[in-house]
Design a protein around this ligand. Structure first.
Ligand code: FAD
Length: 370
């Protein structure tokens, strides 16, 4: 079997950033992605500015798209109380459909190779040969020296590796639409409802992303997504008004379940885990994409800087822990403030009375510029 140098499982943000940087550095890299670009994903599509300069510097910022700045945060409570505040860092909105497709074409130009519409099902590390053997859905096998796991929050690979979180059921579902609406283009809003929260912000071409984290229980009780939205989301008058005044652009929403925020390890079975595969920050912080980009960069750096496996793993683990461990912990705890009855009312009042405290919490979920 021919031995590849570096394989990346998954071509989301983490995988595509790593592929671009490794390709630029002259490394031979193959990305295996189970879908074909371009495609939609469940994501709020609001990116924190902590990665903007890095993307610009690496010529990975999609400047040709009509992307606006987002600098204001609006929070509404389950009963419809509202507060707005300036964002400390701010950000921008861009659809994953456009961004991932842009980064995919860039990565090909930078020398990365792609195997699309193929799913990795098993990964085995051969301790004697010091190589990874990957088995794909069609039973074919590939072999490589180094492996980045950038396959998102949950994958067949996790099941094969027996990662702990795979045995826990998650109470959440994620739902995403693209809509046309007359709404403030510079605001990212988070509207609470009992059991969840819904974000809205502009992406490119004047389109808005409407994305929520809801509860599996509520979906079961309501029977359909549409009925759940009427029964639960619309109790917040801001959400009812958004639904009533929007043109929905998808035939049906993008929906995912099994969204698990449990802690994970950044290196497992010698695989450098990047993006959500190493840990998913709660979406309300709007930082998952920035973390995916940053971890993709760190994984590439580790493979460019070091030759020995133990040095690569030590560098990556220490950087990952220093940059992300606390942020993910804060995210998990802040999330407990949302969706619960009465608690979002308290949060809105707290921000009204003490914007300083809200700013401090927000800062702790952000990282330093990449
Ligand atoms: C409801 C919701 C809203 C969110 N909103 C925001 C937001 O507004 N802002 C923000 O910054 N973050 C947000 N996030 C988080 C953000 O979407 C993720 O953190 C980010 O997409 C992680 O990128 P990734 O590259 O790790 O994974 P992904 O983008 O999920 O990419 C993983 C890729 O791997 C592929 N793959 C999976 N398994 C295999 C396999 N076995 N073989 C081959 N390919 C495979 C998949 O097809 C996919 O393309 C949100 C998340 C949720 C759930």
């Amino acid at each position: 079997m021919q031995v590849q140098d570096i394989i990346i499982i998954g071509g989301g943000l983490a995988g595509l950033i790593a592929a671009n940087l490794l390709g630029k550095a002259g490394k031979r890299v193959l990305v295996i992605e189970k879908k074909a670009y371009p495609f939609h994903r469940v994501c709020g599509e609001y990116i924190s500015n902590e990665v903007r300069d890095f993307l610009m510097k690496e010529e990975l910022f999609p400047s040709d798209l009509d992307i606006g700045d987002i600098h204001t945060f609006q929070l509404t409570s389950t009963k419809g109380k509202s507060v707005s505040m300036p964002l400390d860092l701010g950000g921008f909105g861009v659809s994953r459909y456009a961004l991932d497709n842009f980064l995919y074409h860039k990565a090909k130009k930078n020398g990365a190779e792609f195997l699309l519409q193929h799913q990795v099902e098993e990964v085995f590390f051969d301790d004697q040969g010091k190589k990874f053997i990957l088995t794909l859905g069609d039973s074919s096998q590939l072999c490589c020296n180094h492996l980045i796991g950038a396959y998102g929050k949950r994958s067949k690979v996790d099941k094969f590796l027996g990662r702990g979180f795979m045995s826990q059921r998650s109470p959440y579902i994620g739902v995403k639409y693209h809509i046309q609406i007359d709404y403030d283009p510079n605001t990212v809003a988070l509207h609470n409802f009992e059991g969840g929260y819904c974000g809205i912000n502009r992406v490119e071409d004047g389109i808005f992303n409407l994305c929520y984290l809801g509860s599996r229980e509520q979906l079961r009780a309501a029977g359909t997504i549409e009925q759940m939205e009427v029964d639960f989301l619309w109790k917040n008058p801001f959400l009812k008004s958004i639904w009533k005044n929007s043109e929905f652009l998808f035939e049906r929403p993008e929906v995912i379940n099994e969204i698990n925020f449990s802690p994970k390890q950044p290196v497992e079975n010698h695989i450098l885990m990047a993006g959500d595969a190493a840990g998913l920050i709660t979406p309300l912080c709007g930082n998952g994409m920035a973390i995916a980009i940053h971890t993709g960069k760190l994984a590439a750096e580790a493979l460019i800087k070091f030759k020995e496996r133990n040095e690569i793993e030590r560098f990556y683990t220490s950087k990952w822990n220093a940059h992300f461990k606390q942020r993910l912990w804060v995210g998990r705890n802040v999330q407990r403030l949302f969706g619960a009855k009465g608690v979002s009312e308290f949060s809105v009042s707290l921000i009204k009375r003490s914007p300083f405290i809200a700013n401090q919490i927000m800062k702790r979920t952000h990282g330093e510029a990449v």
